[in-house]
Structures are given as C-alpha cells and as structure tokens.
Design a protein around this ligand. Structure first.
Ligand code: ZN
Length: 892
C-alpha cells in the first residue's frame, strides 16, 4: 500500500508502550486451500449477498471451525467431508490450483454459527466431529457495502455508485468469511453477478461472461488465482473504461470512471517500462495473466497492491500526459512502481505476520524510485531519496518512535504499523545495505530470497540470511541492529589521529532532554567515506573506536556519508565542518549536500548546534544549481520562521533571504521552451522562497501569472509554465482576496482533473484572511469535500502558524461537524497535526480538549503530539537568542 507522505510523517505511533491486548489470532489446525466466491452486489441498496465454498484441511478431527468475519450476516453453513479420490486437479500456468469436489457429499452437516464481534471471528459448530484431512465448507451470507472505505464498499461520483474493495490489512473479513491472516494462503475462483451495463475487474483475467441468472444481470467469472493471502483479493464493479498496453507479453490496463479515461495513458506508459525492468531485475517473471490499475473516486490510502489488480486514489494514477506538471508525473510513476514492486515483495512472497510489514513496505519504498530513475534520469530521484531519508531520520529521532519490527496483534495495532518507520526507515536501511554491498551483489541476494519463498511467506531473518550467504559480509549483524533497535545512531567524529578518526556512537534524539536519559543502543553500521574515487566503506561495530582513513582518500576533508545513503546523523568537529563548508558546493554531490543540511539542522533542533551556524551553511549555497538542495533549505528555514522567530526576526530573516537569493533568481531569466527540469524546478523553488520573503518583484509577477492562469475562469490555463504557475498561485493565495478565492473554490469543485481539483482544495488552505479561513473551514466540514481529503485541509491549516489559532478554535467550537468527517484512520491524523503547535498554552489546550473529546485509537498519537510540542517549545527557548544574534550580525 502507499500511504500519503504527509500522513507518514504525522502518523507514526510508538508501539513499544502498548498495553497487553488479547491476541486475536485464529486457532491453528485448519488451513484453507481454495475459495470459490460468488458475490451479488446491490449498488443502490448498498448490500451484497455472498455464496462461498472454502476447501480446508484439518490437522486433527474437530467439531468446530473458526474463521474471521465482521459485519456479515450468516445464512446456511454446511460442511462436506469427501474422500480424496473424489477431487480433480487443475493448473494455472505452472501453478497448481486447489482440489475441486467432483460431486457433493450426500450427507453434509449443517453448522450452528456463533459470532465473537470483539475478535471479528465466527465459529461453526457441527454435531459430529469433522475428520482429519479435506473438508469443504459452503457458506451463504449477506454483507453491506459500507461508506467507510474498507472491506467491500461504495465509492461514489455525482453520476453513480461503484462497489469496490480495500482489504489490507484486516478487512477481507468484511467481504467474505475467511482465514484472514497473511500466511493462510489459498487460491481463489471469483464470480460476480452484476447489472447488465456494468463491468467487473478482479485479480485474474475474465474467463466467462454470461447473461443471467436473472433478467437484467450478467455473471462474470475470473480465472483461478495462484496461492495468495486474503488481503490481496480485489473485485471492482462499475462502468470503468481503460487504456491498454503490453509489456513482456503481459496485457496492461489503466482504468477509471468513463469521464477520466483520457488521463490514464501516462500510467500505462509507466507500467510498461516498470514491468520489463522488474522482470529483468528480479530474474523472476511477473506471474499474473494481466495487470490492471484502477483509479477509484473514494479511496483512503494512496494505492493498494492487490495481486494483478492494483487500486489507486485518482490523484495517484490519473494525469494528463501532455500538460501534467513533472512533479505530479513523478508521483504517479513512483506510486505505479511501488505497487508493482509489491507484486514480487508482498504478493508472491509475503511477510509471515504484520510485525514484519517492513518486508513489504520497506522494499516497495526502496524500489519505487529505482526503475523511474533509470527511465527518467533527469528527474533527479537520488536527490528526492536523500530528502526522504532526512525526513525519516527526524521522525525516528523522537522519543516516541518504534522499532522496525514491532508487536502487532489487534486490527488497530496492525493498522498503526503503516507508518514512516515501516516505509521510510525500512526503505532507507535497505538502501544503505545495497549501497554497501554494491548493486549487483545485492540484486543477486534479493533474487535468492524471493526464489526461496515463492507463493509462501518469509521473515526478516530469511532476508538477511540470504544476503549474508550471498555476499559473505555481515549483513545479518547490520540489518538486525537496525531492525530490532529503535532510533537513529549519531556518529561523532573527532580530530584525525595517526591511525584514523576517533569515532563514537550514541542514540540521537531531536530533544536535548531525551538525549540525556537512558542507556544508548549501539549499531553495526556501514560507514562510507567520501574519496576522490569510489567511496571507502567500513563496517563500524559497537566496539570500534576508530574509523581508519585510507591513505589515498584524496579529499581535503573527512565526509562520512558518501552518497548520503547511511542511516545515521554525523557530528563533526568545528575544524572538520569548516573544511567541508569551504568546498561544500564543489566537492559534495546534491544528495550529500541535502544530507549535510539535514544533519546540521537536526543538531540545531537537538540543542547541539546553533541556528546561526546552520544559517551560515545555507548562505554558503550561493550558486547551488540543485532545486532539491534549495528546497531542503527552504523547508528548514520555514521551520525556523514558524517555530523560532519573533515577528521582528521574521522581517529581518526575509530581508536576508531576499538579499541572498533574488540575484540568483533574476539570473535564471524567464522560462524557455526546452530548459531542463532542474532549472525549471530551481526557478519554482526560488520563486516560492522569495514570495514567502515578500520580494516585491516576485509578488507582482505572482499576481500577474495567477491572473493570467485563471483568466478563463476556474480552469487553470495549461499553456503557461505549470511549475511557475503552481508557485505563483501558492504565493498569491497566501496574500489572496475573495475574488481569487472564488476562482480557486470553483476549481476545487471541478472533478474533471482530480490532480487539479486536489491542488485547488489544498490552495484554499493557503488563504490567510480570517474571513476566508472561516469559509474554508465551513466548506471542509460541509460534507461537500470527500472524507478522504477533508482531514488534509484541516491538517494544513493547523500546520500554518498564521491560521492555526483560528482553526483550532473552530475545531473545538464545531467538534460534532468535524468529528462527523472522520473515517477509520483520519481522526488520528488531525490529532497528530496539533503536534505542530509550539506554545505552552496550545499544548495544554490540546491535552485538555482531547481528554474529553475522544478520537478512536489516538491515545499514543496524542502523547506523541504533546512530545513534539514540548520539543518545539524547548528548541525555541534555546535557539531564539542565537537567531537574534545572527540576524543582528547580518544587518551590520
Ligand atoms: Zn506499499
């Protein structure tokens, strides 16, 4: 699954402090082998009927069988015990499929069904003991097509309803009674009885489509699937239209509601490239008969890797291939590559249990930029990766973080695993060891691991043992130290001695207070020194006190994180840092510069360095040609502006930024037709920085560009430079009036291009005029904004220093309306967004309010938000004098 990036950063929750909850695992001794599902959804009445058979194997005679079910009404349940000889065998490609009964047992037993709602389980009890071996269950049931974006649910447009699915992690049980645990893999034969005009899409290819069983309906059947986990099943019903392509002989389709099918072409192009890339990289061919990718109007996550049938939020699949802006295209290509990576990591080879979710999500996150970076090297993915690593290190440097592998038993605990640790840290640790082993050695280890566990399950040990056996290097020690210990290592270097550089390690915290408490874990960490040639990598163990420096390092300084792939922060001596600073723009690559900015700013937040020293580093980037380097600095400066600066400081800081960057901006000139992506991005970032710093020239240009972009009404003119127009609209909206607001509001209500629509919705949150902020808030909770999006607007308004006070007051006053917008997972994200506050008064208000206004499963998120506020309050107290001094010195 892909989760929205903002959400990953906000929603990481500590699981280490969890109270003991009764495990909700199924009893052992019964294994499913094959499911046959026939579902008849009623899209108007929002219900469905199900007819299911499950072939199971019993390890011991039993009178009961327990499986998972939720919000299911059971009809008749029977068990047929048949001798083995009465079954036939089938095959799908090289995959054996389940045994099928040739004729029904003449004496089936009927079960009595008892439900345990708290455990989401149903138990079938039979009068006589069922024998060891194969038993077939037949189950008749009724379920509901809910509006909670999980299980089998309704997804709506203004025109009609769609019945679609989202099962990961524990919601397959809402669509079909099942052994809903990842190791209990089985094959599936799926049939759907649907309205005559509708189509259906599922994991495999359609094998028959016949009218009936009643007038006005037709029955579609899909081929038998390979063995797979319950959470990867999908079936989608509606009037979807698709664009088609083919890669390595596999048919590929990207589908949407009929009005948006023109926006599916770019996704097909991406998938064609990625499928061939993965076939080659993994050395294991894509296993399904086809690949479908379907955009759904209501969808909670970013996308979901159902085997052969990937589902997406519209904004993560649909884009105009001609006029779409490159950052939006990058996002679509990246999400496509992420979900396709899961077809190997997750779908073919699945984690044994949710505690190792990182085996799915860490791998897909690490892999998602790899094929796209090869396809479009000019899109600078290594720089994005460095920026993502920096964000993850900050998240993991909070006292409330968790280990990559963590206990998760209940559905709530399992849901909480989908956070920045499973994705970001999992991916970053994999990237670090790949960088250490070298691409080809690592790739071979990946192949060996996958090959050994095809259509089965695996653990973290399976992975690092495969890599250790293949490379003969201590991958098991390195990976286990990062997977089983929480937090971020801080490597502190001292001045060079004869035998190398003295090095020590400790756990790094963003708060000075946390740093002082407890015994620090130690890691086995590969450290790659920057040299004039290939990086010199050494493994630093917990016992090592010296980092040997090769004689031929060929660098005027020591830099311990070549390629910026290391999962650690580095602290240098002042002399070492000065030596780096002197050559920062010429000797370090853009990812290394991003890593250095991140390390230095993290040390400021921890109270280990001053904001003045950090700003000196920013001023050293005088001629930086990398947009992502400047974007990193821009975000850090925004944090200083928001969390440390007084009003007077902000005015002075803006003047410094104008002085530093306006000449670079002017030198870039006006956009030309064929300029590079990086140059276009650089202009966009500088435009945003200078706009935020109230540069009069940029403000005027922004106003002019915005007026031109919306000259035709609410639809943005796409003939203009999209990057600059986006930046201009952001700058103008921040100072915008009601006339512009009306246009943006109209754009946010126009569903023809989901990307443009969502952008417009987020732009509404930029307006700072209090009357317009109130309008945005009223609109957000009016029921007109999809529940998948409304929380993002609230979170944006809570983040902005200028709008947070008003938003927070509004939320408290209108709590019933706000609360009504929350889906299963979004309430907790609004709680998390209050973690951006930075005052004692607001902290106490947040704690008091949520103590009496409960949000589901948010207790640990609230504790974490309060931690973040405390860290910020402390940082402001420590750094405010340093900022005053630095600004004073600048104005002299
Ligand atoms: Zn994923």
């Amino acid at each position: 699954m892909v989760v929205r990036r903002t959400l990953l950063v906000l929603a990481a929750v500590a699981l280490t402090a969890t109270t003991a909850v009764e495990a909700q695992r199924l009893p052992s001794g019964v294994h499913p082998e094959a499911y046959k599902l026939t579902l008849t959804p009623d899209l108007k009445a929002a219900t469905f009927t199900g007819s299911e058979t499950i072939d199971v194997v019993l390890d011991a005679p039993s009178r009961t069988i327990t499986l998972n079910s939720a919000e299911i009404k059971f009809g008749e349940v029977k068990a047929y015990a048949l001798p083995i000889a009465a079954y036939s065998y089938g095959k799908l490609g090289s995959q054996p499929v389940a045994l099928r009964p040739l004729e029904a047992d003449r004496h089936p037993q009927t079960a009595t069904t008892t439900l345990d709602d708290a455990k989401e389980q149903a138990t079938f009890t039979f009068a006589d003991e069922l024998p060891v071996g194969k038993v077939t269950l037949t189950i008749q049931y009724i379920g509901m097509l809910n509006d909670k974006l999980r299980g089998f649910y309704l997804s709506k447009t203004r025109v009609r309803n769609y019945a679609v699915t989202q099962f990961e992690p524990t919601d397959a049980r809402r669509a079909y009674p099942s052994f809903d645990e990842p190791t209990l893999k089985a094959t599936y034969d799926i049939a759907l009885i649907i309205d005559s005009g509708d189509t259906a899409i599922s994991n495999t290819n359609l094998i028959s489509d016949k009218p009936g069983p009643v007038a006005g309906k037709h029955t579609v059947r899909f081929a038998t699937t390979p063995k797979m986990s319950t959470y990867l099943v999908a079936f989608l019903v509606g009037d979807f239209k698709c664009t088609e392509g083919k890669s390595d002989g596999v048919p590929i389709r990207a589908c949407s509601t009929p009005d948006k099918v023109e926006l599916t072409r770019f996704a097909v192009e991406s998938a064609k490239y990625v499928l061939h890339y993965y076939d080659t990289y993994f050395g294991i061919k894509y296993p399904m008969p086809k690949l479908d990718m379907v955009a759904l109007p209501d969808f909670e996550a970013g996308a979901m890797e159902n085997f052969g049938c990937i589902t997406y939020r519209e904004t993560d699949l649909l884009i105009d291939s001609k006029t779409g802006a490159i950052p939006a295209k990058k996002r679509v290509a990246e999400v496509v590559a992420h979900e396709m990576a899961h077809q190997w990591f997750g779908d073919m080879v699945t984690m044994q249990w949710w505690d190792n979710l990182w085996l799915n999500e860490g791998f897909a996150t690490w892999m998602e930029t790899k094929p796209i970076a090869k396809w479009h090297p000019e899109w600078n993915f290594p720089q994005d990766d460095a920026q993502g690593l920096d964000e993850t290190l900050n998240l993991d440097a909070q006292a409330t973080t968790r280990t990559i592998r963590a206990t998760a038993n209940t559905p709530d605990e399992i849901n909480e695993m989908f956070d920045g640790i499973a994705y970001g840290k999992g991916g970053a640790v994999i990237g670090m060891v790949e960088n250490y082993l070298g691409e080809e050695v690592f790739r071979q280890g990946v192949h060996n691991y996958l090959q050994a566990h095809l259509y089965a399950n695996a653990t973290a040990e399976d992975f690092w043992n495969a890599q250790t056996a293949n490379s003969h290097l201590p991958l098991d020690k390195i990976m286990s130290s990062f997977v089983t210990q929480p937090g971020v290592p801080l490597l502190t270097l001292s001045e060079k001695q004869a035998d190398g550089v003295p090095i020590s390690q400790s756990r790094f915290f963003l708060s000075a207070e946390a740093s002082r408490s407890g015994v620090s874990p130690k890691w086995t960490v590969p450290v790659c020194l920057k040299t004039s040639g290939k990086p010199a990598c050494r493994v630093v163990t917990p016992e090592d006190a010296t980092l040997p420096i090769p004689a031929d390092v060929g660098m005027p300084f020591v830099y311990a994180n070549a390629a910026a792939k290391g999962y650690f922060r580095t602290a240098y001596t002042p002399a070492q840092f000065s030596a780096i600073l002197a050559k920062v723009e010429t000797a370090l690559t853009p990812p290394e510069r991003i890593g250095l900015l991140g390390d230095r700013f993290a040390l400021v937040q921890a109270g280990e360095s001053t904001v003045g020293d950090y700003l000196d580093l920013v001023l050293a980037f005088k001629q930086d040609s990398s947009a992502t380097v400047l974007d990193t600095a821009h975000k850090q400066i925004e944090k200083i502006d928001s969390d440390i600066a007084t009003d007077e400081d902000r005015t002075k800081l803006a003047a410094v930024l104008r002085r530093q960057f306006s000449q670079i901006y002017t030198a870039l000139g006006t956009p030309t037709k064929n300029e590079s992506f990086d140059r276009e991005q650089l202009r966009g970032i500088l435009f945003e920085m200078l706009g935020a710093a109230k540069d009069p020239t940029v403000l005027a240009q922004a106003r002019q560009l915005t007026d031109r972009a919306y000259a035709q009404g609410s639809t943005k003119d796409r003939s203009l430079d999209p990057r600059l127009v986006d930046a201009a609209v952001v700058v103008t909206s921040t100072n915008g009036d009601a006339t512009l607001y009306e246009k943006i509001l109209a754009a946010s209500e126009d569903p023809s291009d989901p990307g443009q629509q969502t952008d417009a919705l987020h732009t509404l949150a930029r307006f700072r005029d209090p009357a317009l902020v109130t309008r945005t808030l009223d609109y957000t909770v009016s029921g007109q904004v999809r529940t998948q999006d409304s929380w993002t607007v609230l979170a944006a308004l809570l983040r902005d220093r200028e709008t947070r006070e008003q938003t927070w007051a509004y939320i408290r006053k209108n709590w019933d309306k706000v609360h009504a917008q929350f889906t299963t997972n979004s309430g907790v994200r609004v709680v998390a967004a209050t973690g951006n506050f930075c005052s004692v008064k607001q902290r106490d208000e947040v704690a008091g309010f949520f103590a009496t206004h409960k949000v589901d499963a948010s207790e640990r998120t609230l504790a974490k938000a309060i931690d973040s506020m405390n860290d910020c309050i402390q940082m402001r107290a420590t750094q405010e004098p340093s900022l005053h001094r630095w600004l004073e010195a600048q104005s002299r």
